[in-house]
Design a protein around this ligand. Structure first.
Ligand code: HEC
Ligand code: HEC
Length: 263
């Protein structure tokens, strides 16, 4: 009796065998996954795993866990959420069929995803509204958030952020005390010591055109600027797009509420 019951449960939860379509998997990888994992499963950076020659069952299991949230990673949760069981089987079969990478090999970033139309917002200190500040204990940084008038006006009116919106953040290293802990200012935020970089997101007509749908944030583009206001080399915009993608209800921004409450 016990044995029969156990067997029937195993059969009931056993996955239905999918005949994987390697060509469909290849096409999906070329447009989306390649931005980070490389077109042949050799990734673009040390922070992103190679998938070439990985076991297909493992790839599928990870994608399922990333989709249902039992495995947590903001970028991959957003991507896996958009994959069907069929997509998962297809990309898994494709990656499994690729040759494993040589040690240290890296794929190039995808030009259509790296390309950004965001330019440095000269004069932002005079024309933008400073609407929010956040401490980052893990990195000992403090960030100041700014938005241009078009963005502030729409946020206050409860409307989606319009074309020509610019959101911009200054990223500072906090001043550290003798114990290497950030010094707290009277306002409850770390005392800023040294500007490290700027991050930005902005919207313009047609700017999302060349970005694949699974990554596209409408017509928003992203950028990172160095302290001398130049585009920081090697920024993979796919990471920005993937992480902000689930926020389509709030114009792809995390801080829309703070923006609407800006003084
Ligand atoms: C924007 C970059 C990015 C894109 C695009 C992307 N990934 Fe990932 N992927 C990552 C990162 C980063 C990780 C590591 C996650 C972690 O640390 O848990 C990862 C992890 C994975 C893993 C787990 C690997 C392991 O060794 O456990 C799988 C499987 C995977 N991705 C599949 C895909 C597939 C399939 C696509 C395309 C549909 C895709 N990814 C697109 C960045 C990306
Ligand atoms: C791992 C997820 C993640 C990635 C990757 C990411 N962001 Fe964000 N971003 C956030 C979160 C969360 C916030 C909310 C405030 C904060 O934590 O800074 C944010 C806020 C922002 C803001 C302020 C407006 C807003 O949405 O609230 C800008 C500008 C921004 N990010 C730009 C970028 C750029 C440029 C990149 C790529 C280089 C990027 N982000 C990559 C998670 C991410």
């Amino acid at each position: 009796m016990k044995i029969v019951l156990g067997l029937s449960i195993v059969l009931a939860i056993a996955p239905v065998a999918q005949a994987a379509d390697v060509e469909a998997g290849k096409a999906k990888v070329a447009t989306v996954c390649a931005a980070c994992h490389g077109a042949a499963g050799v990734s673009v950076s040390d922070a992103i795993p190679n998938l070439a020659a990985q076991r297909p069952g493992y790839i599928e299991a990870q994608l399922k866990a990333l989709k249902d949230g039992t495995r947590k990673n903001a970028i991959m949760n957003a991507i896996a959420a958009q994959l069907s069981a069929e997509d998962m089987a297809n990309v898994a079969a494709y990656f499994a069929a690729q040759t494993g990478a040589a040690t240290g090999a890296k794929s190039a970033l995808l030009p259509n995803v790296v390309k950004t139309s965001v330019t440095f917002p000269e004069g932002y200190k005079d024309t933008f509204t400073k609407y929010h500040t956040i401490n980052f204990p893990a990195t000992k940084q403090v960030r100041y958030y700014y938005a241009n008038k078009a963005a502030v006006t729409s946020a206050k009116a409860g409307k989606p952020l319009p074309e020509d919106s610019v959101l911009f953040a200054e990223v500072y290293a906090a001043k550290l005390d003798a114990e290497n802990k950030p010094v707290m200012g009277g306002d409850g935020f770390y005392v800023a010591e040294k500007l490290i970089l700027y991050t930005a997101m902005a919207r313009g007509a047609g700017w999302g055109r060349d970005i694949p749908e699974m990554l596209r944030n409408g017509d928003w583009n992203y950028a990172v600027f160095t302290t001398d206001k130049q585009h920081r080399p090697g920024v993979n915009q796919a990471e920005c797009l993937a992480c902000h993608k689930p926020l389509d209800k709030t114009s792809y921004t995390f801080t829309l509420k703070q923006l609407a409450d800006a003084k």
